[in-house]
Ligand binder design. Structure first.
Ligand code: ISL
Length: 542
């Protein structure tokens, strides 16, 4: 790895600021809170912190609806707090990456306020206005179009109606965004995680999508998920924002629905677009035909096949991001592991399976503790706009309350958004948290794990250290073994004379899988006999 490509050997930690640490007792996490926990992150040995949005926002979608890109929302602090945080992060040898949400703004952003003020306003064209809406459905339920009374047109919002889509066809829009990005680089940030960046180029005809059975909507996805100008825009952005700078940066594009072939193009260094993308295939395997709210049993063989496909597909050209969960997904251990009796072992096995793959691992806050889903008691305890909108439209379509709540409990985004569990009584805030703590903080918490041998936290620490010490973890090629085995997840990594073998038992029945080499790491004390429930072993041969 050349120094310019430091992100290939880095581990990123995602902080969801609202739920990480609250310094002032208002129940909402903030920048001073994050600053006070840097020891913890440094101890974990992560290289980069990615902050979910902290910009000024009406908080309709917890900050993914931005009303001022160059100011910090008062609930999180001030620009001074930010500069101090950044300086502290840097002085500890870590880096900091910002969330960049530029497919849409808040409807309270001055750009949209102007755009909506009249059809003649010079910024009218900065958003997508039409006399007639098409049949696209919003990701957050309902039509993707909102009627605007004053100017008698509809505007497009792929997400909430408070998140109008910017019109990237307009060059002034693009230049304003690039200028804003340069402003943050000048402040010293180390890169961007780009929210739904594959959606910025829409088919200019905005054609109707194929009708979705049982709904008044059509599937617009093919018309906006990989639009005709998306590569052009990303190359232009890359050139105007990063071109001519001596620093080197991390860029990761969040891209729902992206295919391996598309991802190769997006991440081919020769094309100058992004370093890596977040793809969604492995987190869609338990979705039913109608989408995420419909359950489908996860099949380990499919999961392995999918992960191996991405490992191969972005092997020679491009680069993978690696993640099990984030602020939009259920908790990894509850979804892919066993959050009951085998919570710790399965959290560790999942950690090893991810961190031993080729790519840049992303740890979502609390994952390193084996934090679990939380069962929202009733709809009154749900905060996430996606879940709330789903609940309303599901009930309107005749779904029972019980069934809608079951979906939200299984896959709703609040599962990931409950406060960080610092200690047995929480330790997130001195006040009333904005969203209830998971009651299992009494047993699942940082105080019970940091420095405690055998804990999930210490296991993650070892995994991260391994990436920093063993070049084969970063560079080795990847070969899945026993692809059709129903409970074994095993693979090999090879790099310049070193062979690493990783094998995990994704079940509870003893599983024999002999591996040659020197035992490097595992989640049971001795590596003898068959693999025990959720046991993972890592071996090395030179
Ligand atoms: O949450 C999801 C899983 O169903 C996705 O549909 C998600 O909305 C999509 O991955 C885009 O997510 C990103 O953009 C959204 C924001 O709500 C998410 O938090 C963000 O990660 C709109 O800005």
């Amino acid at each position: 790895t050349s120094n310019a490509e430091w992100w290939r050997s880095a581990v990123v930690y995602q902080v969801y600021p609202r739920s990480f640490a609250d310094s002032d007792g208002d129940g909402i996490g903030d920048l001073l809170g994050i600053r006070s926990r840097l020891d913890y992150l440094q101890n974990l040995d992560v290289d980069v912190i990615w902050l979910s949005p902290i910009y000024c926002s009406p908080q309709d979608d917890n900050g993914y609806d931005i009303s001022d890109y160059e100011a910090i929302d008062p609930v999180f602090g001030t620009l001074d707090d930010f500069d101090n945080l950044l300086a502290d992060v840097h002085s500890r040898g870590m880096k900091l990456v910002m969330d960049l949400v530029v497919n849409h703004t808040s409807d309270e952003h001055p750009w949209f306020v102007e755009s909506a003020s009249s059809r003649e306003n010079p910024k009218r064209d900065w958003y997508v206005w039409r006399d007639q809406p098409n049949n696209w459905e919003s990701f957050f339920s309902g039509s993707a179009w909102q009627w605007h009374d004053e100017t008698e047109q509809h505007f497009l919002h792929l997400f909430s109606r408070k998140q109008p889509d910017l019109n990237w066809e307009n060059g002034d829009v693009r230049q304003s965004i690039y200028a804003m990005m340069r402003w943050w680089l000048d402040r010293g940030v180390d890169g961007f995680r780009m929210d739904v960046i594959n959606l910025i180029s829409k088919d200019p005809g905005l054609p109707n999508g194929k009708p979705i059975a049982g709904t008044p909507f059509g599937d617009g996805f093919p018309h906006f998920s990989y639009g005709p100008r998306v590569h052009e825009y990303l190359q232009e952005m890359n050139e105007s924002v990063f071109g001519g700078r001596s620093g080197t940066y991390l860029t990761v594009g969040e891209m729902p629905g992206v295919t391996v072939e598309q991802a190769q193009r997006f991440t081919d260094p020769a094309r100058g677009e992004v370093n890596m993308v977040f793809q969604f295939e492995h987190v869609g395997l338990d979705h039913g035909p109608s989408g995420k709210w419909e359950a489908r049993t996860l099949d380990l063989v499919e999961l392995k096949e999918s992960m191996a496909k991405w490992q191969q597909g972005l092997g020679d050209v491009g680069w993978n991001s690696l993640y099990w969960n984030n602020h939009d997904q259920p908790r990894a251990v509850s979804r892919f592991g066993d959050d009951g009796e085998h919570r710790e072992k399965s959290a560790q096995a999942l950690g090893a399976i991810l961190h031993l793959q080729r790519g840049t691992p992303f740890v979502y806050q609390g994952e390193e503790l084996g934090m679990t889903n939380v069962h929202a008691l009733s709809i009154d305890h749900v905060s996430d706009i996606e879940s709330l909108n789903f609940y309303q439209s599901a009930l309107a379509a005749g779904t029972s309350q019980e069934s809608a709540m079951a979906s939200i409990q299984r896959i709703g985004r609040d599962n990931a958004r409950t406060p960080m569990q610092w200690g047995p009584t929480g330790g997130f805030s001195d006040g009333e948290p904005w969203i209830a703590l998971n009651p299992n903080t009494t047993v699942v918490n940082a105080a019970a794990q940091v420095g405690v041998e055998g804990s999930v936290f210490e296991f993650y620490r070892t995994l991260i250290a391994l990436r920093h010490e063993v070049p084969a973890v970063v560079h080795g090629d990847f070969r899945l073994v026993e692809p059709l085995h129903p409970t074994l997840f095993a693979f090999e990594r090879r790099f310049s004379g070193t062979l690493l073998t990783v094998a995990a038992n994704f079940g509870t029945a003893p599983l024999s899988y002999p591996i040659a080499g020197e035992w490097l790491l595992g989640n049971y004390e001795q590596a003898e006999g068959p693999l025990r429930p959720w046991e993972v072993r890592i071996y090395r041969q030179d």
